[in-house]
Write a protein of this length. Sequence first.
Length: 139
Amino acid sequence: MSLLEKLLSADIGIITTESKAELEVPRLTQLLGEPFVVELKELPFQQIEEARNFATTGKGKHKVVDNGEFTCIVLSKTIVTPDLGDRDLHQKFGVTNKLDCIKKLFKPGEIDLLATKVFELSGYSDEAVKDIVEEAKNE
């Protein structure tokens, strides 16, 4: 059976199942006295591109991506729990949206580490693809 035939006969639901992960933020766990667990989900390519475009300023050769803003936008789309869109939470933190809530709740390093996990879930990791060793191909 060819690779194409295998893809055509595969259960599309298995191939496109959304990856999720839970990560604890120890600083917030310590402050709140109970595990502070963030549930993250992968982000599809189109939404990553939309986030990148939203965080980009300038035109032509002068385009610049604000990486911090890009990272926060990605997290705003991928944090499943806690619900950072909750109005009561926004009021408590004195913010009006998820992006500002993320920036106020998490330290910069925590934001980067959470985003790194999102990118791993979205296929941006060394394990996502692997080289085929030439010797194996020649056998």
